[in-house]
Design a protein around this ligand. Structure first.
Ligand SMILES: Nc1ncnc2c1ncn2[C@@H]1O[C@H](COP(=O)(O)OP(=O)(O)OP(=O)(O)O)[C@@H](O)[C@H]1O
Ligand SMILES: [Mg+2]
Length: 404
């Protein structure tokens, strides 16, 4: 094996063993492989035993297709997974194994492709590695051994980490937004802040939105929460159109459907922790027990405290209890930990995690902190008013494993 390949394998192993987020690690390792081979893109496909489909779980290259799934028996992926041997196709045009519709989905023209099964033992394949459009169109002996080693190492590492496909497999969509545009007047001009956003929100997911300052994250969150309106586009709730609600419908929606958590806690200073929660509950028909909500965020013993007697993390937890007492379908959080230090921020994140796991709440959270995104089931990256990528996180880590 060539010297540079040994180095590449060492680098790939270092990435895979060091990174906390498995999805990230796989994508980075795949990047190394793709660069070494000089190919357009590379994908790791894994078999989901539950629905017998293959999911693209990591991707390197131009187009983010992570989340795509195909039949387990389909295409060359299916062929190498059942045949346990790699396949190289030097010219894929018109090939019967290659479904014609694929290029429409990925938007990439496929010239050549190499598929390597990810084997555990002789007759078990957990997925395959796909490398597309290697620039020189051929694989030397040493390229082949590099790919096989990569597939073998990743198979072993993935096999050790337990993960679920729950977010890749069919989940119920509770809200969907299509082609959302938002303009703000800016002097005599208009400023287009959202430029055609398509987003689905799944039931009981922890969705994190990342992106640079000013890219439109809060604007999108406010539109989701019915606190701001869109200039163009459509919105559906449980499959029903909600693009043009009346004022009354909007008020009901905000009250019954949404819990909002802001960076500033906005607690009423003259009310105790419990009274702050009771005050919100009184106005919501579907509300839960305020004491239970306080217990959920671990602050039962602080029921009688006024906000000024609590730390930032505790106040933020009261504001979370205030959101959850409404029993909302969706909790929206705009940088809820931005004003907090590490340990108090972590208290808040633990509560969020508990809500998703135990109360089956759906959370959409905006953050600047990439580390926090490792907790998410899905990570949506905004760039300049549009969604740049959506990543499914098959290995979400728990709040306690985060470090920043
Ligand atoms: N009410 C408003 N009127 C005019 N312009 C606005 C309004 N709200 C937001 N903007 C502009 O829209 C753009 C996007 O703002 P937004 O608050 O959504 O960004 P963001 O991604 O949340 O940024 P940050 O990370 O700094 O919070 C910014 O240029 C902002 O100045
Ligand atoms: Mg913002």
């Amino acid at each position: 094996m060539a010297e540079n390949n040994i180095r590449t394998v060492q680098q790939i192993m270092a990435i895979l063993s060091s990174n906390v987020s498995m999805s990230n690690a796989l994508a980075e390792a795949l990047d190394q492989l793709r660069n070494e081979l000089d190919a357009d893109y590379a994908v790791i496909w894994l078999v989901n035993k539950d629905d017998q489909r293959l999911y693209a779980v990591a991707h390197s290259g131009d187009d983010p297709i992570t989340g795509l799934s195909i039949e387990k028996s389909e295409s060359y992926q299916g062929k190498v997974i059942s045949g346990y041997e790699p396949e190289f196709i030097s010219d894929i045009s018109g090939d019967p194994h290659f479904p014609a519709g694929n290029e429409d989905i990925t938007g990439l023209k496929t010239k050549n492709a190499y598929y390597v099964p990810m084997l555990l033992g002789k007759n078990t394949a957990i997925g395959c590695v796909q490398i597309v459009n290697k620039a020189d169109g051929k694989y030397s002996e040493s390229d082949i051994s590099l790919c096989r080693l990569f597939a073998g190492i990743t198979a072993m590492i993935i096999n050790e980490k337990s993960f679920t496909f729950s977010h890749a497999a069919d989940k119920k969509v509770i809200m969907s937004f299509r082609n959302v545009v938002k303009d703000y007047p800016s002097g005599s001009e208009t400023l287009r802040v959202l430029k055609g956003v398509d987003l689905d929100i799944f039931e009981n997911e922890f969705l994190v939105i990342l992106g640079e300052s000013g890219c439109g994250k809060s604007t999108m969150l406010n539109i989701i929460g019915g606190m701001d309106s869109m200039t163009e586009g459509s919105m559906q709730i449980d499959g029903k159109d909600f693009s043009h609600p009346t004022e009354n419908q909007l008020t009901d929606y905000r009250r019954d459907y949404i819990g909002f958590i802001f960076q500033a806690y906005n607690l009423m200073p003259n009310l105790t922790a419990l009274e702050n929660i009771e005050f919100i509950a009184e106005n919501c028909p579907n509300h839960g027990d305020p004491k239970e909500a306080l217990d959920m965020v671990g602050l039962s013993s602080r029921a009688g405290n006024y906000p000024s007697m609590m730390s930032g993390g505790q106040q933020q937890r009261v504001s979370i209890a205030r959101a959850i007492v409404k029993n909302p379908r969706l909790i929206l959080a705009d940088e809820p930990t931005a004003a907090l230090d590490y340990s108090t921020g972590l208290e808040v994140l633990r509560v969020m995690e508990k809500l998703v796991k135990e109360k089956h709440t759906t959370i959409v959270m905006v953050t600047h902190n990439i580390e926090i995104a490792k907790m998410a089931d899905r990570v949506v990256r905004f760039k300049n008013g549009k969604i740049a990528s959506i990543q499914i996180n098959l290995w979400p880590v728990s709040a306690d494993e985060l470090v920043w």
